[in-house]
Design a protein around this ligand. Structure first.
Ligand code: MG
Length: 168
């Protein structure tokens, strides 16, 4: 059974996923401004992924007759100076999202909401990948230094968006 508490947390999670998209678009714009189209592409694809995460939650809520409430999306506040800054922020942000998903999971388990738990199982796994991807970008960046940024930019240009394969 969906409780009011879990319903509220699900709506907050939708907002966090959409804010994530906003944040990653901000990062994409930062790189586009520096003529790093590959880095910009990577974060644009990431933003699309975040919108698809929000859609999964919304589809689920509509399916079970829960009320979706879309609140205002906050302005991305972090100022980026160095090329590495968005990469570090992205990892920090994904760690924050992971904590939020885990918190939702705890509430679902506490309320014996096994349907929501099933949705969250996918997200728990997804967050492992999200953190690993962000961590990998930082590691690559640190390894190559400024000379390799051109090559890394070319690599990141190859990323394409694939809709997550998740069905309720
Ligand atoms: Mg997400």
């Amino acid at each position: 059974m969906l409780t009011k508490k879990v319903e509220k947390l699900l709506n907050e999670q939708i907002n966090k996923e959409l804010f994530s998209a906003y944040l990653y678009l901000d990062m994409a714009n930062f790189y586009a401004d520096k003529n790093l189209d590959g880095f910009a592409n990577w974060f644009t694809v990431q933003a699309k992924e975040e919108v698809s995460h929000a859609n999964i939650f919304m589809d689920y809520m509509k399916e079970i007759g829960a009320k979706v409430v879309l609140e205002a999306i906050a302005k991305p506040e972090v100022e980026f100076k160095e090329l590495k800054d968005p990469l570090v922020e992205a990892l920090k942000h994904e760690q924050f999202v992971t904590a939020s998903i885990h918190n939702l999971m705890e509430a679902a388990i506490e309320d014996k909401d096994y349907r929501t738990k099933m949705i969250l199982d996918w997200f728990v796994k997804e967050q492992i990948e999200e953190e690993a991807n962000a961590d990998e970008l930082i590691n690559h960046f640190d390894m190559i230094g400024s000379k390799g940024i051109y090559m890394m930019n070319k690599d990141l240009l190859a990323r394409v968006f694939e809709e997550p394969t998740f069905t309720i």
